[in-house]
Design a protein around this ligand. Structure first.
Ligand SMILES: Nc1nc2c(ncn2[C@@H]2O[C@H](COP(=O)(O)OP(=O)(O)OP(=O)(O)O)[C@@H](O)[C@H]2O)c(=O)[nH]1
Ligand SMILES: [Mg+2]
Length: 468
């Protein structure tokens, strides 16, 4: 076969799905192909056959066992498939051996996901990030394939997914690709720098909440419900590839900025995570994370684990988290929910589609944002315009009085907000008393400057969901 990997696009191909079940299986056995099928369909492929093999470990040469490879070849010819998609990641050598025997184009899960990202990317930054990931992942693999594709005469198009005509061309391609990669990386760095500055400014002016979750969990649907909307929500996987931010009215006169971003998936290709880091960075910087899972999915626990470990990986570990279980309208049996809630008592059940549980969600976020509200007189020096501006923007101001070089504002404010201001170096009085000394009498309990209780158990970041 010489034309097998000429084209890596998946659109409208008749595809056979293959899954090798290894002992450490975390997928629901009843629906082994659920996710791969959804990914394939998202990419535009038509699924015409499925093949599973249970193995202790993959076979080095072809991943599948010998007999199964023959079975796969038969299935491909019987169904007239033009593409085989492996749920497992394959080495270039494995792909080559498989293609030789099965006589059909073979791709793995990472390549499939990259293809989806490539087709979905619409913003400049997303396109940049996908191309970087492709150059890093697909390109070397294609190059490794070229000798098996045969040394073909010149004239073939050059680039991703096309074969290179001979050694010399490969060398030219390699240099061009390296140069391009360097340029793309530089451009992405610039975007990143600009973004970091925007994020810092935003966090100063507003309380920011990041929506994170597995792909298809319903992030964009929820985002559209809670804000003026405009996010693209769709039954396909990876509908969202860039970050959107909108104002979310939490009730009681306070608002937060909510961000919707790209979804996570198990074993997200490493290069893709790396290059999408800048998109995810806006999430990393959010002051609260809302972790959303699809309660109707049989693999919901795996989804949650994936999301939590991806958050660790991208360094989003410092802020509190709220766990939300979505699509409760889809649960056939209400017992399913109570089983889940037993395991995760802090979770908030919602239905983004029907609008259930959204007020409770807003209330929980408001509590995270403000802590318990008190009405106090806050004194600030007039020259501290930054603190005054934060108070005006983020608290409910009931009254203002000017006294010499000071302003006394009567506000409804939460303890967390005061602590945040103090942490930024603001000098305040509360009801005429120095704010640090006033915290405990006003709110009760330990003051802001006190050491955290050393005997309190340390919770690892991935389990640090916000207690309710
Ligand atoms: N039944 C039901 N369906 C929902 C609910 N919320 C979202 N959906 C559906 O789930 C699918 C995915 O929703 P999205 O909002 O696009 O999911 P997402 O998390 O933004 O997905 P990506 O952007 O791909 O990561 C859509 O078909 C939604 O209509 C819900 O509460 N109930
Ligand atoms: Mg989305």
């Amino acid at each position: 076969m010489s034309t097998v990997r000429e084209q890596l696009k998946v659109v409208a191909e008749r595809s056979v799905l293959v899954h090798v079940q290894l002992p450490r299986a975390y997928l629901d056995e009843a629906d082994t192909f659920g996710e791969l099928r959804a990914l394939a369909e998202t990419a535009g492929a038509v699924v015409v056959g499925e093949l599973v093999q249970k193995r202790q470990k993959p076979s080095g040469k072809t991943y599948l066992g010998k007999g199964k490879v023959q079975e796969l070849a038969q299935l491909v010819s019987m169904t007239e498939a033009t593409l085989v998609i492996f749920d497992n990641d394959l080495s270039p050598a494995q792909i080559r051996s498989l293609e030789e025997t099965v006589e059909c184009k073979i791709i793995d899960r990472s390549e499939l996901i990259l293809d989806i990202f490539a087709n979905r990317a619409t913003t400049h930054a997303a396109k940049l990030q996908v191309e970087i990931a492709q150059l890093e992942y697909t390109y070397p693999r294609l190059r490794a394939m070229w000798d098996h594709l045969g040394q073909i005469v010149g004239g073939a198009p050059v680039g991703i997914g096309t074969r290179g005509p001979g050694e010399q061309q490969i060398e030219i391609d390699r240099r061009l690709a390296m140069k391009r990669l360097a340029r793309l990386r530089r451009e992405l760095e610039e975007i990143k720098g600009r973004r970091t500055r925007e994020v810092e400014k935003r966090n100063l002016d507003h309380f920011t909440v990041g929506l994170v979750g597995y792909t298809n969990a319903g992030k964009s649907t929820l985002f559209n419900r809670l804000t003026e909307g405009g996010a693209f929500a769709h039954a396909k996987l990876f509908a969202t590839l860039s970050t959107r931010i909108e104002r979310w009215e939490l009730g009681g006169g306070v608002a937060a900025l909510l961000s919707d971003t790209v979804g996570f998936i198990r074993e997200l290709p490493h290069h893709l995570v790396a290059s999408f880091r800048s998109t995810l960075e806006e999430t990393v910087a959010a002051q609260l994370l809302v972790v959303i899972v699809d309660g109707g999915d049989p693999n919901v626990e795996m989804q949650l684990e994936t999301v939590l470990s991806t958050l660790d990986e991208i360094g989003a570990t410092d802020q509190p988290r709220l766990l939300v279980i979505n699509k409760i309208d889809r649960l056939a049996d209400p017992n399913e929910l109570s089983v889940w809630l037993n395991r995760h008592p802090e979770a908030l059940p919602i239905s983004a589609a029907r609008g259930d549980g959204l007020e409770e969600l807003a209330a929980a976020v408001r509590e995270c944002m403000l802590g318990e509200l008190r009405e106090v007189r806050v004194g600030v020096a007039l020259r501290d315009s930054r603190t005054i501006s934060v108070l005006e923007k983020r608290t409910i101001v009931l009254d203002r009085q000017y006294e010499g070089d000071h302003i006394e504002m009567r506000v409804r404010i939460g303890r967390r907000q005061v602590e945040e201001l103090l942490a930024r170096g603001a000098v305040l009085t509360l009801d005429g008393v120095d704010a640090r000394a006033a915290l405990a009498p006003i709110w009760g309990g330990a003051g802001a400057g006190d050491e955290p209780d050393a005997s309190a158990p340390r919770v690892p970041p991935h389990e640090r969901l916000h207690p309710r």
